[in-house]
Design a binder for this molecule. Structure first.
Ligand code: AMP
Ligand code: MG
Length: 423
């Protein structure tokens, strides 16, 4: 079954607000095997919204729109829907009472304009909104079900399940294609997209395979997306799990997580599970590594803290990198990276310490240390520290991002080794 998704609002058209509702709804529809035919973003313009409703209703049995239900002059979605279905706007007394009650609960006077929000096309059904004033609407028009939700993402999300799911159940069952689509993402770090595809091999990458596998890359992370479409939820789940196991087996330790889980989350969890603490010493990443770790709720259980040691003086004063090491080998060197990691480990009394020192550019590169040269060291209590040389491509932002992620990945691989050798 197909659906059309409409998002309505000048702020979306102008790019001032990014349309997150459509992506969210599309993902929910997929769970019901409903494919969006197209997404359309429309300005706050009565003829344009009216035409968008009419076109969409002619092309798909389901239309879901968000936005333009507010009480102000620029909110035209209810007028447009009324025009599209050829019905006058009438006041729904129950909705009006609910809007009045909403203001009464907050001890605020209700502007008369808010009464407009209780109006809907004759014959349409209001969809109560418990977290805002604007009810949604459900209209039927020439064989098409049209659902309209408020644009505020939190209101849409609260209203979608109670109002859209029963309709989706009914429509997909009636369409006789009650298939379910489940998706998952396997995230990898450390190899390029084409190499990851090669590791998966032609059998897993076949375009007629069920579940279907595809790769995407974003910010150095190559993800393998799996889409499992089958008649029942149980079968879709079972096939998805089987394919995920095959993907994991093919990619081994390149895989760091599933779905939305970040490298920093994985490292945080692994540290907490093995009761290990971490300190960092950062030069060219200037605190990015510490920031990625502290973004994770609960990281206080494993993160001791760190140093941003940008100048040579500071590397020497704060983390005791010997001046002769800095002079002989330079700040971007194996010896400096090792000293930073070892001394951060000692001073923080941590179980692990990561150090990053490199040339982020655009200036500062030399023939033997070009822009993108980064040394990453890992020190560990009771073990000798190790350091590795990396050459990251791209601009300053990309080099710093890859350096911080590669440091996290270095520790991730070490922690996973620890836990697999102890079990
Ligand atoms: P409206 O229902 O048009 O009054 O929208 C209320 C607010 O919700 C707008 O000011 C936007 O900030 C937000 N909004 C509307 N549509 C979307 C959308 N498609 N994605 C994300 N936010 C939205
Ligand atoms: Mg609007």
């Amino acid at each position: 079954m197909q659906a059309v998704l409409l998002s309505i609002g000048d702020e979306l058209i102008l790019g001032q607000t990014v349309d997150t509702n459509t992506a969210w709804i599309a993902e929910r529809l997929l769970e019901w095997g409903v494919m969006p035919l197209y997404h359309l973003t429309v300005a706050d313009d009565l003829p344009a919204i009216t035409a968008a409703f009419k076109d969409a209703a002619a092309r798909a049995p389901l239309v879901i729109a968000t936005g333009g239900l507010g009480p102000t002059e620029d909110d035209l979605t209810r007028e447009a829907l009324a025009a599209a279905v050829g019905q006058p706007l009438v006041t729904d007394e129950k909705s009006l009472a609910e809007i009045r009650a909403f203001f009464a609960r907050r001890s605020r006077p209700m502007a008369e304009r808010n009464a407009l929000q209780a109006m809907l096309p004759n014959g349409a059904r209001p969809l109560p909104n418990s977290s805002g004033t604007a009810p949604g609407m459900h209209a039927q028009f020439s064989g098409c079900d049209i659902l309209v939700f408020p644009g505020v993402p939190s209101e849409l999300k609260a209203m979608f399940d109670p109002h859209a799911i029963p309709l989706l159940q009914k429509l997909t069952a009636a369409a006789g294609n009650a298939s379910v689509i489940l998706t998952a993402k396997v995230n990898t770090y450390g190899d390029g997209e084409s190499n990851i595809a090669a590791r998966l091999g032609p059998a897993l990458m076949r375009r007629d395979r069920h579940p279907l596998i595809g790769t995407t890359v974003a910010d150095g992370i190559v993800s393998v997306r799996v889409r499992s479409q089958f008649p029942t939820r149980e079968q879709a789940r079972r096939e998805l799990d089987a394919t995920l196991a095959e993907v994991r087996a093919a990619l081994g330790s390149f895989v760091f997580s599933l779905d939305q889980q970040s490298l920093a989350q994985v490292v945080t969890e692994l540290c907490i599970a093995s009761k290990k603490t971490l300190a960092v010493a950062e030069s060219c990443t200037g605190g990015l590594l510490g920031s990625l770790i502290t973004e994770v709720p609960g990281s206080s259980a494993m993160f001791r803290g760190g140093w941003i040691v940008y100048s040579n003086d500071f590397k020497n004063q704060q983390l005791d990198v010997p001046l002769d090491v800095l002079q002989q080998h330079g700040a971007v060197s194996e010896a400096t990276a090792l000293a930073l990691a070892e001394n951060a480990l000692k001073k923080a009394d941590a179980d692990f310490a990561l150090a990053i020192t490199g040339v982020a550019g655009p200036t500062g590169g030399t023939p033997d240390k070009p822009v993108g040269t980064v040394w990453i060291a890992l020190a560990e209590r009771h073990s000798p520290a190790t350091a590795r040389l990396h050459n990251f491509p791209g601009d300053r932002e990309m080099i710093r991002d890859r350096a911080a992620k590669t440091a996290l990945n270095t520790l991730r691989l070490r922690l996973q080794n620890l836990s697999s050798s102890s079990t």
